[in-house]
Ligand binder design. Sequence first.
Ligand SMILES: [Zn+2]
Length: 267
Amino acid sequence: MFENLESFEEAFKKLLEEVLEFDLNDPFKDVEKVLCIEPHPDDCVIGMGGTIKKLTERGIEVIYACMTDGYMGTLDSSLTGHELATIRRREEEESSKLLGVKKIYWLNYRDTELPYSREVRKDLVRIIRKEKPDGVFLPDPWLPYEAHPDHRNTGFLALDAVAFSPLPNFSNVDVEIGLGPHQVSFIALYYTNKPNYFVDITDVMELKLKAIRTHKSQFPDDVWEVWEPFLRTVALFYGKKAGVKYAEGFRIMPGLFYHITPFADLI
Ligand SMILES: [Zn+2]
């Protein structure tokens, strides 16, 4: 069916639609469970809280994996890192409940020090094999000017884990303890400047802000004065691209597109 195709455009369209059956009009159509991977305890809600609420309302199970303990996230020198980590865990449990999330994996790496390592990659592969999500959400590690190494490392580690979780000889102790290989059907990058899919969150924007504000240690009044306008501006930025008021933007890609594909940025 491909030998008679003359142009790249024709082949590209056929590959996406007929071979991969990839439909960006409704990428969550047959989805039952997704895993959202976050560097810190407030990143899922900031990056995609509105979408999470919409997914759980549709009966889709949303699970978090939080990579670090949030130990460094304060300017208050009277608060120890240990105290803060305990507070932030509680805040995340409360915030995620507002969005309908029932399960969080805590990997507990030290905030600001998440290593890009085999060990962390294996941790994530094990979670993917255990939960068998249809899709994995992760922060876009190619976001221009992203300065936080935990964010860049989380994105790359999550991509590695998605690539390796189907390989039975990778971390084969998982297979020995009954966790079979698993291939997710899509990845979705949040915190992205190259979105190809938008979720209209206009009707849940206020709830999203409330769920973000549940992270009280991160958003005292003086911080919120800056962050509320910032968060609304981000939602308006994606909303403008989507033709709605407030939106969240994602870069969604099928499996074949995140390895050796020179036209991955065209979808
Ligand atoms: Zn973060």
